[in-house]
Design a protein around this ligand. Structure first.
Ligand code: FUB
Ligand code: ZN
Length: 660
């Protein structure tokens, strides 16, 4: 399926990658992300969120993990060895590890003695629960070690993938090695049982693959990379058949129906899929196996062009926490698990690294600012597990969940946000996300200090100050956001409604002088000999864009969604006399912007005068009247109590599905 964009893309070049070509021998990585640990975030949008995660969100995770639930107690029980009962669900260990990982990231940007002590305390307990042979899992150790590794769906590998991620993060944050030693002992133990010539293993919930690549990079031990590669190669051959898939007989649910290299379609559980493809991209980046890259591109197109919500959320059904049929994207029933959007951020970052294409960052940005960020309340201590695009007022953020994968997942993403802003190429520096920040990157053989001021997501003004140690030549690649250029096409699910003026291409000025630039793979290429203190300034135009969905998305027929910059907007009852399902947006409705405070969050809201439908008290008649409508950024909804909400708004009266 393909459609053409109503905005002919002056910037959409299909030219060569930023540099080099992939071969089976050489790793194909084109961009190397700059680690969050080297990036200081200074802006007014993300910095307060990171502060809140460091103080409020992680505190909530700690409380829930060790006091309000038995997650830490399970480790204590194993260490005591008195045959006490396991509490909770078999994958609860993973929440401990994921919270630890988030704390580790946060320690790097928000040092805290108290939090570091808490981490050390947990790490002691985890280490004490490890079995002499390296096995680590509180569920099986407390319920019967005889059953271990008997059922691939039981998350033993998933849990310890998160252990590895936490261990690498904590080692990087503090230099302390105890948790890394635990993780290495477990990985060696797993490696001694599974692998070529040993037992088969199909990860029931993918995660270990990407974690093993992190462990390989942290230790330089290639065996872990080989194990990750082998785990990928195990899928799609029926090896899981000798075991009981506990909950699901359908191998497509865990992306195990077809070998990874042959996969073309997105199937099954959304988080499993995202972690699988992230791990696949990680392996491909190290091994240079381009078959993986080709498969991932096919699957990526299936996600982005046929199965993704406008919020960047994925997974439309609760029944499998995942994908259904192409274009089946109901709004009120949308599952859109927070973890799945977090996974979209991971996977798209890896795809950008592998290919050097900005379109992956367009999707990353969409998922980050909308589907993922919606998972965290403005207060920092309430969460959404699912992130629907419409509500009759039944939805409410919660303190915690029985299955509590999402809170620590959004916490670790926000705490490590610096990972997604800058990248390096062989010939320069890449600016991927527009988040006010400061970093040092080496380019042109010099150490370069970069300071970015960005008004996004509220205004489009940008200044990038570039200060190499010494005068030097290199390129700066600045992503032209997809919401300006209309990427990705063809086949994009969401396109600007006809009749809207195309936003102007940005003008870049160096020290006040406008600059001619070329565009490659979605990046403006600024070639220059840089001197300390050089300033690049530009303005991204931020019109309110009315988006329409492809006609195959039946749930959005005759509806529009509103987007400004990276943010998708919604209408919430709180700002609109309690109702959000009674509005009609005529094709040429004019939107203005206005400042609004939602709790302590200053936002740019959208307003327009539009018809709303009112029903007479006797329900015998209906009429429309003009009213001022206010739309707020989607990520801010459901912070002021239960109320109606809609992202996709009807354009005609017969599509209004009013509540009465
Ligand atoms: O199975 C572990 C986690 O629980 C998954 O990633 C989530 O989707 C939830 O099912
Ligand atoms: Zn989750």
């Amino acid at each position: 399926m393909s459609t053409s964009s109503p905005w002919p893309m002056h910037m959409l070049l299909t030219g060569s990658l930023l540099f080099g070509t992939a071969s089976a021998q050489t790793p194909p990585r084109r961009l190397q992300p700059v680690s969050f640990s080297k990036v200081e975030i200074t802006d007014d949008f993300w910095k307060p969120k990171m502060d809140k995660v460091a103080t409020v969100t992680l505190e909530a995770c700690i409380q829930q993990t060790e006091m309000k639930t038995g997650r830490i107690r399970n480790f204590e029980k194993v260490a005591r060895g008195k045959g006490e009962k396991h509490e909770g669900i078999f994958y609860d260990d993973s929440d401990v590890f994921k919270a630890l990982e988030a704390m580790a990231y946060s320690l790097k940007t928000h040092p805290s003695e108290g939090m570091e002590q808490k981490c050390d305390e947990w790490i002691e307990k985890i280490a004490a629960a490890q079995q002499p042979d390296g096995y680590l899992n509180t569920y099986y150790t407390l319920t019967g070690l005889g059953q271990r590794y008997s059922d691939m769906s039981m998350h033993e590998d998933y849990n310890n993938g998160h252990l590895i991620e936490a261990a690498v993060a904590y080692y990087n944050a503090t230099g302390k090695q105890k948790l890394l030693d635990v993780a290495i002992r477990w990985a060696d133990h797993f490696d001694s049982i599974f692998g070529p010539g040993k037992r088969h293993w199909v990860t029931g919930h993918q995660e270990l693959e990407l974690a093993l690549v992190k462990l390989y990079k942290a230790t330089d031990e290639r065996r872990y990379l080989r194990l990750a590669d082998w785990l990928l190669s195990e899928r799609g051959h029926g090896y899981a058949n000798g075991y009981t898939w506990r909950d699901w007989k359908d191998t497509a649910y865990a992306q195990d129906a077809v070998p990874v290299k042959d996969q073309r379609e997105i199937t099954g559980h959304a988080v499993r899929a995202m972690y699988l493809y992230t791990g696949t991209a990680d392996v491909a980046a190290e091994t240079g196996d381009t078959d993986y890259l080709k498969a991932m591109r096919r699957v990526w197109e299936d996600v982005v062009f046929r199965n993704m919500y406008v919020t960047g959320g994925i997974g439309s059904a609760g029944s499998n926490e995942g994908f259904t049929n192409d274009f089946d994207l109901p709004n009120e029933q949308a599952y859109c698990e927070t973890c799945a959007s977090v996974g979209m951020v991971f996977w798209n970052q890896r795809m950008n690294g592998l290919t050097g294409h900005a379109e992956y960052i367009d999707i990353l940005e969409r998922s980050l600012y909308n589907g993922a960020l919606d998972g965290l309340s403005l207060s920092g201590d309430r969460f959404f597990y699912g992130n629907p695009l419409a509500s009759r007022g039944q939805h409410q953020r919660r303190e915690w969940f029985g299955t509590a994968c999402c809170p620590s997942n959004i916490a670790r993403l926000v705490a490590s946000l610096g990972d997604y802003i800058y990248a390096q190429t062989r010939d320069g520096i890449v600016l991927n996300l527009f988040v006010g920040s400061r970093t040092q990157i080496s380019a042109g053989g010099e150490n370069v200090d970069l300071q970015l001021q960005s008004g996004l997501p509220w205004n489009g003004h940008h200044t990038l100050t570039v200060s190499p140690n010494r005068k030097t030549r290199f390129n700066i690649y600045i992503r032209i956001p997809g919401w300006l250029s209309g990427r990705p096409v063809p086949g994009d699910l969401y396109l600007p409604a006809a009749g809207q003026p195309r936003p102007p291409a940005p003008v870049f000025r160096i020290n006040g002088e406008a600059l001619a630039y070329t565009v490659h793979n979605g990046y403006a290429v600024i070639e220059h000999v840089w001197q300390p203190g050089d300033r690049i300034e530009w303005e991204f135009s931020l019109p309110v864009i009315r988006l329409t969905a492809q006609s195959n998305v039946k749930s959005n027929t005759s509806r529009i969604a509103l987007q400004r910059g990276p943010l998708v907007y919604c209408v919430e009852g709180t700002d609109n006399e309690g109702q959000a399902w009674n509005v009609i947006i005529p094709p040429h409705a004019e939107f203005d912007t206005t400042s609004l405070l939602i709790l302590d969050e200053p936002v740019v809201a959208l307003t327009a005068t539009v018809p709303v439908l009112t029903i007479a008290p006797d329900r015998a008649s209906a009429q429309t009247e003009a009213r001022k409508l206010t739309a707020i950024p989607y990520y801010t909804w459901a912070n002021r109590g239960k109320t109606e909400m809609q992202v996709w708004l009807p354009t005609a009266i017969h599509d209004v599905k009013i509540n009465y």
